[in-house]
Design a protein around this ligand. Structure first.
Ligand SMILES: NC(=O)C1=CN([C@@H]2O[C@H](COP(=O)(O)OP(=O)(O)OC[C@H]3O[C@@H](n4cnc5c(N)ncnc54)[C@H](O)[C@@H]3O)[C@@H](O)[C@H]2O)C=CC1
Ligand SMILES: CC(=O)C(=O)O
Length: 377
């Protein structure tokens, strides 16, 4: 199979979907890899390293998309890339379609087979989301610390406090991968940390991990309102896989926060859990203020630490991508239940139920969508 790796075009997105080591994995399995010129440079991989690994460097993105049977990307295609979609093309990347209706429509109408990293599922875990959630969770505290500084619009507090001055309060809503990694950093800094989750089992696990270094609270509107009002730094870390994020933090709750407090809504890639986080920001302009509170809503946080993120991401994506290339997409998604969960769009149908429901499309199972293909041939 011909595998194409275009350069990412999202604002400050310096990750790349394949490392030179990944090229070798494809070549050893008999495939051909086309890499757009300069695609790896933001992650510290030169064109020469790709060539030495056996890839072919291609000058134009149009040619990479046109010549490849499978496109490997990091972020969802942007509107300027929709023109490259065509029937039969396999797209393997983050999609977050519930928050991207125009992309869902373009994929549906084009006949692309779109597999989203974020919904590939193994035993109710999301192995292709986990490493980026680890990065974003850790970064959420790093950026929170930065924007709490007076010169960045914050109230001017040090999360750790100092002897004789109280510690800053961090509230984390959602105690999964992002939440746990945010907690590790916040606890490490000596902050006063509260985590809310809907799952009592998850709260028990967090209690086992952190002991009395954190406070755990059941997620309900009463507890959320109180924990938000108390927070100097609020981290949004909730996920209902594939679905649009629930708006758990209302505008009224945000208005109860101290001026200069900071919200980092990591869940913004699925639409965000904070009512006032009403748009995605970029690494160029990462924050805006509402009710005096600094809002950070960057949807590609790991793009800011591309070397770490590219290696962490490709460590987990490449085995799945090689399996698709080896078997062809139909056999791969039929035989591998994890990959099947990743299929969001197939033969013009939305094949992930909560995405279909959120966007108002009919949900069609992968099996039914495959039958449609068989009927055409
Ligand atoms: N902005 C960015 O650059 C990035 C964003 N993300 C996003 O961060 C979000 C969180 O991801 P993960 O931590 O990996 O998900 P996860 O599935 O590991 O954790 C989500 C947690 O939310 C909890 N939850 C569900 N409903 C809840 C509610 N009503 N109240 C409180 N907790 C609730 C679940 O029980 C679970 O523990 C996702 O939307 C993910 O796509 C991940 C990486 C980068
Ligand atoms: C998860 C995701 O969307 C990202 O890493 O950018």
């Amino acid at each position: 199979m011909f595998i194409g790796v275009p350069k990412e075009i999202k604002n400050n997105e310096n990750r790349v979907a394949l490392t030179p080591a990944g090229v070798v994995s494809f070549l050893n399995a008999g495939h051909t890899v086309l890499v757009e010129k300069g695609a790896g440079i933001g992650s510290g991989f030169t064109d020469e390293q790709y060539v030495n690994a056996g890839a072919i460097i291609i000058e134009s993105p149009a040619k990479v998309w046109a010549d490849a049977e499978m496109i490997l990307k990091v972020k969802e295609p942007l509107e300027s890339e929709y023109k490259y979609f065509r029937p039969g093309l396999i797209l393997f990347t983050y999609l977050h379609l519930a928050a991207a209706p125009s992309l869902a429509k373009a994929l549906k109408e084009s006949g692309v087979t779109a597999i989203g990293y974020e919904t590939v599922t193994v035993n109710r875990t999301l192995p292709l989301l986990t490493p980026m959630s680890e990065v974003a969770g850790r970064m959420s505290i790093q950026v929170g610390v930065q924007f709490l500084q007076r010169t960045y619009g914050g109230q001017g507090i040090l999360l750790s406090g100092v002897p004789g001055v109280s510690r800053g309060k961090v509230t984390i809503i959602g105690g999964g991968v992002v939440g746990t990694n945010a907690a590790k950093m916040a606890v490490g800094l000596g902050a006063d940390v509260t985590i809310l989750d809907l799952s009592a089992d998850r709260l028990r696990q967090l209690d086992d991990i952190f002991g009395n270094k954190i406070t755990t609270l059941m997620s309900n509107p009463f507890n959320i309102a109180e924990a938000v009002a108390n927070a100097d730094l609020l981290v949004g870390a909730v996920l209902i896989p594939g679905a649009k994020a629930p708006k758990l933090v209302t505008e009224q709750m945000v208005s109860s926060m101290k001026p200069g407090s900071v919200i980092v809504d990591v869940a913004i890639d699925q639409g965000g859990i904070v009512e006032t986080c009403d748009h995605v920001t970029t690494h160029d302009e990462p924050t805006f203020k509402k009710h005096g509170v600094v809002h950070y809503s960057v949807a590609n946080m790991p793009g800011a630490v591309p070397r770490t993120s590219t290696i962490a991401l490709t460590n987990v994506t490449i085995p799945y991508a090689v399996e698709i290339a080896n078997k062809g997409v139909t056999k791969a998604i039929t035989e591998n239940a994890a990959l099947k969960c990743g299929v969001n769009v197939l033969n013009g149908e939305i094949t992930f139920e909560v995405v279909a429901n959120d966007l108002g499309y009919e949900y069609v199972t992968v099996e039914k969508a495959l039958e449609k293909e068989a009927a055409v041939h």
